[in-house]
Design a protein around this ligand. Structure first.
Ligand SMILES: [Zn+2]
Length: 413
């Protein structure tokens, strides 16, 4: 969501509190206030609005593949807003908090992407029902989104503690919302036009939905940038961000896999496991993440936050031609002098990539989807928006990942 749009919501929106990352991580133990796009009073008990409603189902197992909402079993009373219409009064230790956390996260993710698209997304299941059903607590060790619903169970316990509900996990909820957005924006292929790349792209895109959304929390941006002193580029290249970043989505996005290192996309999708389909998407996720990081660095130079010389040094450190220690100190000095310059550059790079991704999804056909076509569309959309400014970055990032017309399926292996 564009920064100015987000600032406006702080005046007009409804407050909820969300954990930007799992609450067992000390820096995210306290939930943070987030403003949803609907005005106070427009989110009813549930919480519920015109696009989604929450049902605290009791004793529910996962929907069977042929089952559809609405849930008709037992459920707890809906959570009601405070007298001012906001939902930030709920005790974080209560069951109700998880109910509001699920609603607040899914609504926030939808707000962010509608902010880039500039119009409301119509759910792909709107013929069946206009609203998405959200079920925060089911007896299951997984989470899923399906035709008209999203439901979440529990992750593994940490040590001797209780199992951690997925309804409190921002990344899991955002990823599942990403799948729903992809079905709504890209659409649904036929049996004979469904490609392995479609499935891989779904996973990659859902991870990117979660990543871009996580970068809307000031605390996440602060934590990531302070951890690497603003030098995302080199840290990414040497894969240290995985250690620096607590964010699961950033970890998966900063992977270094190329197409020749993941399962062959010519393998029919139903011959691959779910983790393998995720791997197929990794070079695509990685390419978009690299584009984001390089645009961020270009903005740092354009805005004078770092010098061109330092950026060039960082490039050379990234390709291994000089030692990374040579850039660490100057980055540290630049970050200490102007942390907000780095924060603003990352927010702008996030919005540049977010806007382009939203356009790509909107313009991509679900039939016979392939990565080369997606890359070409990304380039075209960018060129129409920004001319040549980022074209080299984008072309090089896709090429490095072996995505593009020069890399026929499997040709690189
Ligand atoms: Zn998924």
């Amino acid at each position: 969501m564009p920064v100015r749009h987000d600032e406006q919501l702080r005046i007009s929106g409804t407050r909820v509190r969300l954990h930007p990352q799992p609450r067992f991580m000390p820096q995210y133990a306290q939930p943070e206030t987030v403003w949803l796009s609907l005005a106070p009073g427009r989110i009813g008990p549930g919480p519920a609005d015109g696009r989604m409603y929450t049902v605290d189902a009791l004793d529910k197992k996962a929907y069977a593949p042929d089952a559809f909402p609405p849930w008709t079993g037992q459920w707890s009373p809906p959570v009601t807003p405070g007298p001012d219409g906001h939902f930030d009064h709920i005790d974080p230790a209560s069951r109700e908090f998880g109910v509001v956390h699920m609603y607040g996260t899914v609504r926030r993710v939808l707000d962010i992407w509608e902010g880039y698209l500039g119009y409301p997304v119509e759910w792909h299941f709107h013929d069946l029902q206009p609203r998405l059903e959200l079920i925060p607590y089911i007896d299951w060790d997984n989470a899923q989104s399906g035709y008209g619903f999203m439901e979440t169970g529990y992750g593994k316990p940490r040590g001797d503690g209780p199992r951690e509900p997925f309804c409190l996990n921002f990344d899991v909820l955002a990823h599942e919302t990403g799948h729903l957005l992809m079905f709504s924006l890209i659409g649904i292929p036929d049996n004979d036009t469904l490609t392995t790349e479609f499935r891989g792209f779904h996973e990659a895109s859902s991870d990117l939905v979660a990543l871009i959304c996580a970068l809307h929390f000031p605390s996440v941006v602060e934590h990531v940038l302070a951890g690497c002193r603003g030098n995302l580029y080199v840290e990414n290249e040497i894969e240290r961000i995985a250690e620096l970043s607590p964010t699961e989505q950033i970890r998966s996005a900063s992977n270094s896999h190329r197409m020749s290192e993941v399962p062959d996309v010519r393998t029919p999708w139903d011959k691959l496991t779910q983790p393998q389909l995720h791997q197929v998407g990794e070079p695509m996720t990685g390419a978009i993440f690299d584009i984001l990081v390089e645009i961020y660095q270009q903005i740092l130079v354009e805005e004078g936050v770092i010098s061109r010389d330092l950026a060039d040094l960082a490039d050379r450190a990234a390709d291994g031609s000089i030692d990374v220690h040579r850039v660490r100190e100057p980055f540290d000095a630049a970050y200490t002098a102007d942390p907000s310059g780095f924060h603003q550059a990352l927010a702008r790079a996030r919005d540049i990539v977010g806007w382009r991704l939203a356009q790509v999804w909107q313009q991509t056909s679900p039939h016979n989807l392939n990565f080369a076509g997606v890359a070409a569309r990304f380039l075209t959309i960018d060129r129409r928006r920004s001319g040549q400014r980022f074209q080299m970055i984008i072309r090089n990032s896709f090429r490095w990942r072996q995505i593009g017309p020069g890399f026929l399926p499997g040709a690189a292996r």
